[in-house]
Design a protein around this ligand. Structure first.
Ligand SMILES: *[C@@H]1O[C@H](CO)[C@@H](O)[C@H](O)[C@H]1NC(C)=O
Ligand SMILES: CC(=O)N[C@H]1CO[C@H](CO)[C@@H](O)[C@@H]1O
Length: 605
């Protein structure tokens, strides 16, 4: 009886929500990735493309309007994760917005709608005792497919929660004896024409390997071809060359006679793939790019392209002249089971007191970095100053394009209360919007004397930082590892490449390195106010952008203090640190243990 009434009330509420949404001149919600029986009956049409619609808190309220269903308590949880969301609107809708903004907002709006559908679906399933395993196990740590499952066009592997640094995909197969080529593709999620985050093409005609990306908007990117053709010879990704030297040698031995080339291929062990011979190929994700190992030898590397990071991958496709024997992916992002297990009280963010705190730390993170966030919660977020609310730590996260990742983040936000969602998808080019969001958070929501920006792979010694801050000015301060004399990277293709239109001058003003810097409250206030008045430019490198904004502040106040401290390490670790960067979750736990058990400020390797 009870189940019945819950089911009906869900249907009624869903209908009300659809009607209200229709009336409010918004795009109708569609079930992009979720099939929901109660929606499928409706005839839903995609309206023509409009200017991206910023989803306001009011819109979110529509989506979550259903207090009777969720209960007041969950409604608060909703609001807790969206404290900056609606305040971001004026900063996002400016005409000189960063290039990725429109796409970022549009995709986030769709992602939010998909998420609401999934939450409805889950609630309904659990209230009618049909809790499905599929919903519970959103993010598997390992997926595999063997022989029988591997035919046809559908992806050979689905990766619902993307890849993280250290994930790997292993394919075992045999190129056909008459194969001309075969391809492995890592595709993203989203609309019908999914982006290709890596297309790996093995071509036997020459032979060569080609790596590239594809998006609907930009088409194919700049390919990397092995054997290399001169030019980019010395480029490295995560300390690895773009192509294996032995593969490169094929070019030198190459003959103009096609038959001779064919003989060479079949008999030449220097090309990693041989027709008719089984291979084991492992594609793994580093910090900077994808790497391919074939039969135990590193063959190729490919730097991640902007907006096409490994976290966006949602499936592996294989095509061409190849018999695939097995495919598997391991070390995928998994979550703690926050939704179903009791949460340790000490891991939850202490409630806000409302009074001004000493320090707010904003940790820039991204959707599927579940492990990294848990590592911080268990380590430096346990400092007494954090537990006693003198310091607050919040993760600043954009939405993901995959609904399952968003659902996991949603659960995580509810469980720990330390996540602030951004109204856009987490593209690298939008990082400085997060910086603005952090300034809003530290001035309007959690007022703090100092505001710090850091990353989810950094370890911060909060105690040492606080005592160090004690003797620093309370106003007009930038504190961290400061670059006083640096210039824009004009090398096309570099991750830091800056066009003249973005920054015409030959040097940057002083700026502090992104893994960890601290600003005083007045600077944050200035940043928020001046952005609202559009007096400040947006710039895609968030740490340099902060330096530019502070320089402008300095024109007004003429007394900004820049304090450089070499104990902030922006790459790697050195003992007696305040902050270290590029630390894996395992290293973060190790650093904490060394501090706790041995009172030693030393690195772990
Ligand atoms: C393989 O290379 C040949 C010669 O360069 C080219 O004509 C052919 O289109 C390539 N095949 C694929 C699938 O890329
Ligand atoms: C309205 C709409 O988009 N419906 C889709 C919901 O999802 C199913 C399965 O994924 C599709 O077949 C429907 O077209």
């Amino acid at each position: 009886m009870r189940n019945w009434s819950v089911g009906i009330s869900v249907m009624v509420l869903t209908l009300i929500f659809i009607i209200r949404y229709e009336q409010s001149d918004h795009k109708l919600p569609t079930n992009h990735t979720v099939d929901d029986a109660s929606i499928e009956g409706e005839s839903v049409q995609e309206p023509a493309k409009k200017k991206p619609h910023f989803m306001t808190l009011e819109d979110l309220d529509y989506l979550f309007s259903n207090k009777r269903f969720y209960g007041e308590e969950e409604d608060d949880e909703l609001n807790n994760g969206f404290l900056v969301w609606s305040r971001m609107r004026p900063f996002i809708e400016r005409p000189d917005a960063l290039p990725e903004t429109a796409q970022g907002i549009e995709e986030a709006t769709l992602a939010m709608k998909d998420l609401v559908f999934l939450i409805y679906k889950e609630k309904r399933a659990s209230s009618s005792d049909m809790v499905s395993k599929e919903i519970r196990r959103n993010c598997p740590g390992f997926v595999a497919a063997f022989d029988g499952d591997l035919s046809g066009l559908r992806p050979v592997l689905e990766l619902p929660c993307g890849l993280i640094e250290g994930s790997s995909i292993t394919l075992v197969g045999i190129p056909d004896v008459h194969s001309r080529s075969f391809q492995v593709q890592l595709v993203g999620s989203g609309e019908a024409r999914r982006p290709i985050i890596l297309c790996y093409n093995v071509n036997f005609s020459k032979p060569f390997l080609v790596q590239n990306t594809w998006t609907e908007k930009l088409g194919w990117g700049n390919e990397v071809r092995c054997p290399l053709h001169g030019l980019v010879k010395n480029q490295i990704v995560d300390d690895l060359p773009l192509c294996n030297e032995q593969t490169d040698r094929i070019v030198l031995e190459e003959s103009s006679n096609e038959d001779a080339v064919m003989d060479l291929v079949i008999g030449n062990a220097d090309f990693p793939f041989l027709k008719g011979s089984p291979f084991t190929a492992t594609l793994w994700t580093g910090l900077e790019g994808f790497h391919m190992t074939v039969n135990g030898r590193h063959e190729t590397s490919f730097a991640y392209k902007e907006k096409l990071g490994p976290w966006l991958v949602s499936a592996v496709k294989v095509s061409g002249g190849l018999k695939l024997l097995s495919a598997s992916a391991t070390r995928l992002p998994v979550t703690d089971d926050h939704a179903f297990l009791p949460i340790e009280e000490k891991l939850k963010a202490p409630p806000l007191s409302g009074t001004r705190i000493a320090l707010l730390v904003g940790v820039f993170s991204t959707g599927n970095n579940f492990k990294r966030r848990m590592a911080l919660r268990r380590t430096w977020m346990q400092y007494e100053a954090v537990r006693s609310r003198k310091v607050a730590v919040r993760f600043i996260i954009g939405l993901h394009t995959n609904v399952k990742v968003n659902l996991e983040m949603w659960r995580e936000a509810k469980a720990y209360g330390d996540i602030q969602f951004m109204p856009f998808v987490d593209y690298y080019g939008l990082l400085s919007l997060k910086t603005v969001a952090l300034c809003i958070l530290g001035t309007k929501v959690i007022p703090a004397k100092y505001i710090m920006k850091t990353d989810d792979d950094a370890f911060v010694r909060i105690d040492e930082l606080l005592s160090s801050l004690q003797e620093k000015p309370s106003n007009a301060l930038l504190y961290g590892l400061i670059s006083f004399d640096s210039s824009p990277d004009r090398e096309q293709g570099s991750k830091w490449y800056i066009r003249k239109e973005e920054w015409p001058l030959d040097s940057y003003p002083p700026w502090a390195h992104g893994p960890g810097y601290i600003i005083s409250h007045d600077i944050a206030k200035f940043v928020v106010k001046s952005h609202r008045q559009r007096d400040l430019r947006l710039f895609k490198l968030e740490d340099v952008a902060m330096g530019m904004w502070i320089q402008q502040y300095n024109h007004i106040v003429e007394r900004v203090t820049y304090i450089n401290d070499k104990r902030f390490h922006n790459s790697g670790c050195k003992s007696n640190y305040i902050l270290v960067h590029y630390q894996t979750p395992r290293l973060i736990l190790c650093l904490w243990e060394k501090l706790q058990k041995e009172s030693q400020i030393v690195c772990c390797q």
